[in-house]
Write a protein that binds this ligand. Structure first.
Ligand SMILES: [Zn+2]
Length: 288
């Protein structure tokens, strides 16, 4: 395969990066697409650092911002709303919903966290969406993806199912990494200095579920528009908790103390640059 056709604008995507998988870029809308496929064996780790405390705190803060937007802008009365999260992974979104008294069902193909769901009373159906067990006759008030949308190859059939499963005025919420963010742009520069590991890591090519697409704040809404989803709002989510960054990097046993110290000092030094750059993760709210 020498080129791909861009799912957003239909133009040809040209080879951009030769990593563990090839990455193609659309010259017109800037969508990046890899030739990776989803490995269905489910043998490797879901997310090796997912139990890490620093990371969990940051993720929960991001989820809290999404809940705040839901409550303030869309659901004044949250008692009767029903949500669906596609790809619940470690279950953190469902925990935040439970704590905020929002009824949200999860669907997850991997059983890595099945015990955790049971112990924490989280309502998760095991399987691939669209699974009949997630059908709701009256439709969902919202369907959310947290770090999942970028992993899906057949977005067309996914979005057609979502249109059916959402209420007529239901919300589609997509929390997703961005190709115009500080870390993606830095990793792209390093690629040309022959350092490929950072881009491989961002694309998660060393995990069993790599990214298929890397969107930006313009081409994601353009793509969703094709399925009649209108963008309502989007905002930045945080990728780094600067208050614990040194401890987190020093806690990494695979890295020497000197190297960890250098990296954390460098990140703290460029903190204003990172915070003033385009966000590495954003959340988008659409209405169909
Ligand atoms: Zn394009």
């Amino acid at each position: 395969m020498n080129n791909l056709q861009c799912i957003v604008c239909g133009n040809k995507q040209d080879l951009k990066f030769e990593l563990q998988h090839k990455v193609y870029q659309c010259a017109s809308c800037d969508l990046y697409t890899s030739d990776a496929t989803f490995d269905l064996s489910f043998q490797s780790s879901l997310e090796e650092d997912s139990r890490e405390i620093g990371l969990k705190k940051l993720r929960l803060q991001n989820f809290q911002s999404i809940i705040k937007a839901l409550e303030e802008n869309y659901f004044k009365d949250k008692k009767n709303i029903k949500g669906l999260e596609i790809g619940s992974g470690n279950g953190w979104w469902l925990e935040v919903c439970r704590d905020n008294k929002i009824d949200c069902l999860g669907i997850e193909p991997e059983n890595t966290f099945a015990d955790y769901y049971r112990k924490n009373d989280l309502n998760v159906v095991m399987g691939f969406y669209p699974n009949p067990a997630t059908d709701l006759t009256e439709g969902y008030d919202f369907i959310i993806f947290n770090d999942v949308f970028e992993h899906i190859s057949d977005l067309k059939s996914l979005l057609l199912s979502i249109k059916k499963d959402l209420k007529k005025d239901g919300l589609l919420i997509i929390n997703i990494p961005m190709s115009n963010g500080f870390f993606y742009r830095t990793a792209s520069m390093l690629y040309y200095l022959k350092i490929k590991s950072f881009l491989d890591r961002l694309w998660q090519f060393n995990f069993h579920s790599p990214h298929i697409n890397y969107f930006n704040p313009k081409n994601l809404p353009a793509y969703l528009n094709k399925y009649d989803f209108k963008l309502l709002q989007n905002f930045r989510l945080e990728t780094l908790d600067f208050s614990s960054i040194r401890e987190r990097i020093l806690a990494d046993n695979k890295m020497s103390k000197a190297k960890a110290y250098t990296i954390s000092s460098l990140l703290l030094l460029i903190k204003p640059i990172i915070q003033n750059s385009s966000a590495d993760i954003r959340v988008f709210f659409f209405r169909q």
